[in-house]
Ligand binder design. Structure first.
Ligand code: SAM
Ligand code: SF4
Length: 334
């Protein structure tokens, strides 16, 4: 079989990293991510297990080497582990890494299988270790399950990175505790600035906390030294002398990280978004359901490479402003 052309965009960036959303549904309702009464997509619009599988293989044929399964909450999708099992077989055969981003509520059930099917690293979102704050923020009292899930992941041998969204007046006083705890567990920790994606009840401006401020406050307690470590993503890393751990900072708003972008995202309905911060998209579901799916998919991916923008343009600079984009992060999974 002739080797298919790798994915290279109009700015000569080689695209090797795909984030695929398994579902837009979730068992939590993090206040910065989605409203309590979120309208979810009709199930018929969501790609079937076979379609997700074919899509992933199509991407691997075009040079995607790193695949992250995300959501919504990927582990609430019933046939999720079948897909992990099937895609795990591609590791070492085109795919270098299969990873997952999860809120952790169901990890105690699935951690062993994830490891058995070839997953080695996962990202788990945890914004606070304080049960009351967790319950207020996620609108569900699920911290104990998440902590059980994290213990199961560690016991299964999965390498864990905790992701924490920094929120003014919500968890800003808990961030150091999360980082210290993560490092104590042998987990990496990464902080993220809140992004203006999708309508939620609150004004994100009220809770936007630039990470330069968080870094200043952490430096009063710890010595942070810039690390050479790179994960191929937008995070910049620091070694924390006192905890012996690594801290990543993702600053989409105060810093632009687009020049080295190597990633694209596909929603659970098969919409490829060329940029997290833009509306440029290609309908891969239509390609998959066409008469010649292989050719149509390849053509759609070529179009995606031509429309991927140079950079995102979102800002949170005034109170009451509408979100930069109407779609929620739960569509594209971060
Ligand atoms: N449910 C899974 C989870 O929470 O890890 C996967 C999907 S979730 C959309 C992926 C990541 O996006 C999480 O770390 C979450 O905290 C983050 N996130 C959601 N909405 C965000 C927003 N508006 N700004 C910044 N990060 C956001
Ligand atoms: Fe669900 Fe993740 Fe969004 Fe929280 S951040 S509501 S866990 S999708």
């Amino acid at each position: 079989m002739t080797k298919l052309a790798p994915l290279v965009d109009q700015f000569q960036r080689r695209i090797t990293y795909l984030r695929m959303s398994m579902t837009d549904r979730c068992d939590l309702r993090c206040a910065y991510c989605m409203p309590e009464r979120m309208t979810f997509l009709p199930r018929k619009d969501v790609l079937s297990l076979e379609e997700l599988h074919d899509l992933a293989l199509g991407f691997i044929d075009r040079g995607i080497t790193k695949l992250r399964l995300t959501g919504g909450e990927p582990l609430v999708r019933r046939d999720m582990m079948e897909l992990v099992h099937a895609l795990g077989r591609k590791i070492g055969d085109g795919l270098e890494e299969l990873t997952l981003t999860t809120n952790g509520t169901r990890l105690s059930e699935f951690a062993d299988d994830l490891f058995a099917f070839g997953v080695r690293r996962i990202n788990v979102s945890l914004d606070t270790l304080d049960r009351e704050t967790f319950t207020r923020l996620a609108r569900r009292d699920s911290l104990p399950q998440v902590l059980e899930g994290l213990a199961a992941a560690k016991a299964a041998g999965l390498k864990v990175k905790l992701n924490t969204v920094a929120l003014k007046g919500v968890n800003e006083d808990h961030i150091a505790d999360v980082v210290a705890w993560a490092h104590g567990q042998g987990f990496d920790a990464t902080l993220i600035e809140v992004m203006p994606l999708g309508e939620v009840e609150e004004d994100r401006f009220d809770h936007y906390l630039p990470l330069v401020a968080v870094r200043d406050s952490l430096e009063k307690r710890w010595s942070l030294s810039p690390s050479d470590h790179r994960s191929g993503g937008p995070a910049r890393y620091f070694d924390v002398a006192e905890t012996g751990g690594r801290l990543g900072l993702i600053t989409p708003l105060t810093n632009n990280f687009c020049d080295g972008c190597n990633r694209i995202r596909v929603t659970a309905t098969g919409q490829l978004y060329a940029c997290l911060g833009g509306n440029e998209r290609v309908d891969l579901r239509a390609a998959l359901r066409s008469e010649d799916p292989e050719a149509a998919l390849s053509e759609a991916l070529d179009v995606a490479m031509r429309i991927k923008p140079a950079r995102h343009h979102f800002v949170i600079e005034e109170p009451g402003a509408a979100p930069a984009l109407s779609r929620h992060m739960s569509m594209t999974g971060g």
